[in-house]
Design a protein around this ligand. Sequence first.
Ligand SMILES: NC(=O)c1ccc[n+]([C@@H]2O[C@H](COP(=O)([O-])OP(=O)(O)OC[C@H]3O[C@@H](n4cnc5c(N)ncnc54)[C@H](OP(=O)(O)O)[C@@H]3O)[C@@H](O)[C@H]2O)c1
Length: 438
Amino acid sequence: MGKRIGIGLLGLGTVGAGVANIIQTPLGRNPLVEGIELVRVAVRDLNRSRAASIPSSLLTQNPLEVVDDPSVEVVVEVMGGIEPARSLIMRAIAAGKSVVTANKAVIARHGVEIAAAARASGVYVLIEAAVGGGIPIIEPLKQSLGGNRILKVSGIINGTTNYILSRIAKEGVAYSEVIKEAQELGYAESDPAADVEGFDAADKIAILSGLAFGGPIKRESIPTEGITNLNSLDVDYANKLGYEIKLLAVAERLAQGTDNSTSLPLAVWVRPTLVPKEHPLAGVNGVNNAILVEGDPIGNVMFYGPGAGAGPTASAVVADILNLAGIRVIKNSTNCLDPLLAGSSWRNCHVVDPSEIIQKHYLRLKTKDNPGVIGRIGSVFGNHDVSIQSIVQFAANEDEAEIVVITHEVKQSQITASLNAINTQEEIKGLTAQMVCI
Ligand SMILES: NC(=O)c1ccc[n+]([C@@H]2O[C@H](COP(=O)([O-])OP(=O)(O)OC[C@H]3O[C@@H](n4cnc5c(N)ncnc54)[C@H](OP(=O)(O)O)[C@@H]3O)[C@@H](O)[C@H]2O)c1
């Protein structure tokens, strides 16, 4: 491996500490992670306790010391807020450094200026963590779905409001009560306005829209309504009519035109929306996020997962850093492939003997309908250390019964041994079905 890629972190809070933790534990991850080195970290308060252990020599309260440090090749902005984050990103770009940022507020408002500066400097600004936390959605829109005309992007892209709405729908609790609990659990900020007023979702749909349809939109032109005026009575009525209420962020093309020279009309909005219970977005609950992309010719694809939190968001930040590391590999050697795109192997793997796999099992046995048969079957499993989650008897016909057993997690070899023993019993007529459970 050549020289390591020097990372300067702006911020060591929730996301920053998550990023540091990944970089500091490269074992078992893509080998490119080993080539990443944290060289400088800016924080506001040097004395705060951190969720990552960073040598104090790396810490500074002056973010310029990070951006301007010659050993910093990539600036990772995870400090949040508009300023000084925007200026620091611009300064890094001007110095010829690529930037990775999780800052949707800055990108939604200043993305055009930032992208233009990045183009002029020949550097990348990568933003996978800015939308959907750990869910890969930026790269799929830029690359994997590139062959499609995107028709519509609809998402549940704010975990805090989705948590609140899920609680209201499930338990009928009042908004004011849930928001208090969400704050106590750390899901909602002490000032939750950006989430509950829909501003955060609007930032994110502005970014997704720009990528999906190929042209930026003005962040301030997005009609935005949050959940603060939502009455739990409507959640209840909607539920009775077969709907869930979700805070949806939607961007949809209103013309099928393929003429790239004219401006594409889009409907873009954020508002509480009735979603039919059978719609894929209706089942997205709690702090999870999901983004449904409709494209021509692919149809519907849904991206689902944890929309925030240290680990998930750091996973997306590190993915962007790895992309930059891959590009550097190509630049620094002749005739070399991008290691990520080439998808090369980097370790040995093998498939274990199936008898060693530990799973739950479903077994259906046909037996004589004798008294105590369930107990006898249960003890055979017990003799082979197979613990049973449930065992139920169903009548098959007059003198036969079917006994269905669901086990806890055990090795296939224990199941085989148990079945061999059960089969020797005279009252057992045979195993009629066997499956595994998850
Ligand atoms: N948290 C998530 O789940 C999540 C998910 C997706 C995207 N994001 C985005 O990621 C970014 C970071 O979020 P976060 O939750 O990690 O925030 P956070 O926990 O508040 O951390 C912010 C960090 O930046 C430092 N900082 C802030 N202003 C600074 C300044 N002027 N100079 C030096 N250091 C400064 C803080 O220092 P101190 O620690 O000393 O105060 C802190 O370490 C935001 O843009 C957010 O929108 C977050």
